[in-house]
Design a protein around this ligand. Structure first.
Ligand SMILES: Cc1cc2nc3c(=O)[nH]c(=O)nc-3n(C[C@H](O)[C@H](O)[C@H](O)COP(=O)(O)OP(=O)(O)OC[C@H]3O[C@@H](n4cnc5c(N)ncnc54)[C@H](O)[C@@H]3O)c2cc1C
Length: 325
């Protein structure tokens, strides 16, 4: 890690040159009435914003989706806050920062079209996209950015068929979000832009137990990890999903390797870690993958670090979406 001065420099630069992006974050993630927002602290896992709203000034903490160890990682997380906030404040013009990032990203995007759809359950839709011949298969939690109708979001590649240039993506539907709503009624022939893939999860070769803790947004990643795990590794999945979705996705595997927790239960994944003895986390042999709501994932990271003494390289736990404030 580098010094706090470097983190302070990031805050200073954003306050000086990118006040428009901070305003988007304030309006999208804190309150639509925000009239100005200033960064007062940037750390490796969160930032604090001083926000003026209806004449009142308050400080708000915003957690990153994952703890970072580099300055580039921190910059990426700050931009993800802008991206996430943008979906709630589409009315504001695009900021200088968004234009810079969009220009860089456009280089690796390809136009893809929907060639098939399958309603897996009332809460989950699979869409197949074609047109991605040049993209590689990264496996694990491979994900891409989808862009269309003025917004973009990340989605996991559930399956990739390189020779056909196709990917299958599972969309959680019914959340009210723009992509969720689009996917719920997307028809064959519709077009979107899809970025080159990235991946983060790389199970240690000495691990003999992979534990995946996911909500519906992390289902595709956990299903792929389950499928790809070396036969020497035991894989347990705890999924916070509704019954029809659990049955559709895990079917016969449910009894042995998959536990389902009620998605209405707050912090159900975190509680499952404490409640189910057989999920025991061995600090030398277990790797954990987590994907779901940001604050629950942060609590899980904390729990793994403090109670199970899990080293940083043994868990890959990500906030895939965040509640609006
Ligand atoms: C690496 C990565 C991989 C991902 N993979 C997948 C995937 O395979 N499938 C998938 O569906 N999502 C996945 N996500 C999550 C997805 O990017 C977000 O859910 C995104 O917010 C969806 O955009 P939207 O336009 O539908 O909703 P937004 O406009 O961003 O949000 C609108 C509202 O919906 C709520 N919301 C958003 N997502 C959810 C959710 N999952 N459950 C409940 N409420 C929600 C928000 O809190 C907000 O109030 C992934 C995210 C990341 C970072």
């Amino acid at each position: 890690m580098t010094s706090n001065d470097d983190l302070d420099d990031i805050a200073t630069l954003l306050n000086r040159d990118h006040a428009d992006s901070l305003l988007v974050i304030g309006r999208g993630l804190i309150s639509a009435e925000t009239s100005s927002a200033e960064l007062v602290e940037v750390t490796y896992d969160h930032c604090r914003l001083l926000v003026v709203c209806n004449g009142l000034t308050n400080e708000h903490r915003l957690d990153f989706s994952d703890a970072q160890s580099t300055l580039d990682g921190v910059r990426g997380e700050l931009f993800e806050l802008v991206r996430s906030a943008r979906r709630s404040s589409p009315g504001l013009g695009h900021t200088a920062l968004e234009k810079i990032v969009a220009d860089a990203e456009r280089l690796d995007e390809r136009e893809a079209r929907v060639v098939a759809r399958c309603d897996l359950s009332p809460g989950l839709v699979e869409l197949t996209f074609a047109g991605l011949d040049e993209h590689q298969d990264l496996g694990g939690d491979e994900y891409v950015r989808l862009s269309a109708h003025g917004t973009s979001a990340f989605f996991t590649v559930r399956r990739r068929r390189c020779l056909r240039g196709e990917v299958d993506v599972w969309f959680v539907v019914g959340t009210g979000g723009a992509w969720s709503t689009w996917a719920a009624q997307a028809m064959v022939g519709e077009r979107v832009l899809i970025s080159a893939p990235r991946a983060t999860f790389d199970p240690n070769t000495d691990a003999n137990h992979i534990l995946a803790l996911v909500d519906a947004s992390g289902l595709a990643a956990s299903a792929r990890i389950l499928e790809e795990a070396a036969s020497a590794s035991a894989v347990s999945v705890v999924a916070s999903v509704d019954e029809p979705t659990a049955t559709a996705i895990f079917g016969a595997e449910r009894s042995s390797r998959v536990r389902v927790v009620d998605p209405r239960r707050r912090y159900g994944l975190l509680n499952a870690l404490e409640e189910y003895g057989e999920l025991s986390v061995d600090e030398h042999r277990t790797v954990v993958f987590g994907a779901g709501e940001s604050s629950e994932m942060r609590a899980i990271r904390e729990h793994l670090r403090v109670h199970h003494h899990l080293a940083r390289e043994r868990y890959s736990v990500h906030g895939y979406w965040r509640h609006r404030y």
